[in-house]
Ligand binder design. Structure first.
Ligand code: AMP
Ligand code: ZN
Length: 114
């Protein structure tokens, strides 16, 4: 369920600080420490799922929740002109933190990447 060496598991557990913007029984959302856009949050499952590689159809409600909460969070963070979702998977997908996370970017451009 949780990996003691995983930085996002530590954020979920409150063992290292993060600017959390949302939490429920299954997911946590917090600001990315190196934002690429004026608003850049990460939405993660509380359980340690390493990446999309491990996801199965049984995870559809969890992934649906991660996606479905994002419009409300963007609205609450003042994003009014659209936003972008990104999920990096594995080495070729550019994933650096091996705990599944949904990036959500918004705010006025230019952005650092993408
Ligand atoms: P990825 O390349 O998709 O694995 O992205 C990992 C993201 O996690 C990067 O955008 C990092 O800036 C972000 N990140 C890494 N450590 C932390 C942390 N302690 N708190 C918030 N965001 C983090
Ligand atoms: Zn983890």
């Amino acid at each position: 369920m949780s990996d003691p060496n995983c930085i996002f598991c530590k954020i979920v557990a409150g063992q290292i600080p993060a600017k959390k913007v949302y939490e429920d029984d299954q997911i946590v959302a917090f600001h990315d420490i190196h934002p690429w856009a004026p608003v850049h949050i990460l939405i993660v499952p509380k359980q340690h799922v390493p990446s999309m590689v491990e996801v199965t159809e049984a995870d559809a409600p969890l992934l649906g929740r991660m996606m479905a909460v994002s419009p409300r969070l963007m609205r609450e963070l003042g994003v009014t002109n659209g936003f972008r979702h990104v999920v990096n998977t594995g080495r070729d997908g550019g994933q650096e933190v091996m705990h599944l996370h949904l990036h959500v970017f918004g705010g006025p451009r230019p952005w650092l990447k993408g």
